[in-house]
Design a protein around this ligand. Structure first.
Ligand code: ZN
Length: 128
């Protein structure tokens, strides 16, 4: 199950032109594009810049793709794209006043090494 807050953060944070270039090697020159989600031979899709985030609408499929949908389509893990991820980790590293700082650092190392997932990581921190 995908975390709806994470989806919201991702969709607001990333620009569709950056995502298309990174994942599909598509340069955006206009708002109408060849749809990257189906075998398209004309420009069936249009890019929209909404306040909740950019999205692509494909008129052939009658289907809408938010940034998070594009990432999932390409088999990306949304957790890896969490814009708050590095900030949280940085803040944790800076948090020298905490009494459980040593335990936090060990937990952080376990997370970084891939031994525990991010949700396990935060659960351990909250339990401390
Ligand atoms: Zn399409």
């Amino acid at each position: 199950m995908t975390n709806p807050d994470l989806v919201k953060r991702i969709n607001k944070f990333y620009k569709v032109e950056d995502i298309l270039e990174k994942l599909f090697n598509i340069r955006l020159f206009s708002d109408t594009i060849i749809c990257p989600f189906h075998d398209d031979n004309r420009k069936s899709a249009k890019v929209y810049h909404d306040k909740d985030g950019d999205r692509i609408y494909c008129f052939t499929e009658s289907k809408q793709y938010a940034i998070s949908d594009i990432l999932l389509f390409k088999g990306e893990r949304l957790e890896e794209w969490d814009p708050g991820r590095n900030k949280d980790l940085e803040e944790l590293m800076m948090n020298e006043s905490s009494t459980s700082i040593r335990k936090e650092k060990i937990t952080l190392d376990r997370f970084k090494s891939g031994e525990i997932s991010m949700s396990e990581f935060f659960r351990i921190l909250i339990d401390n």
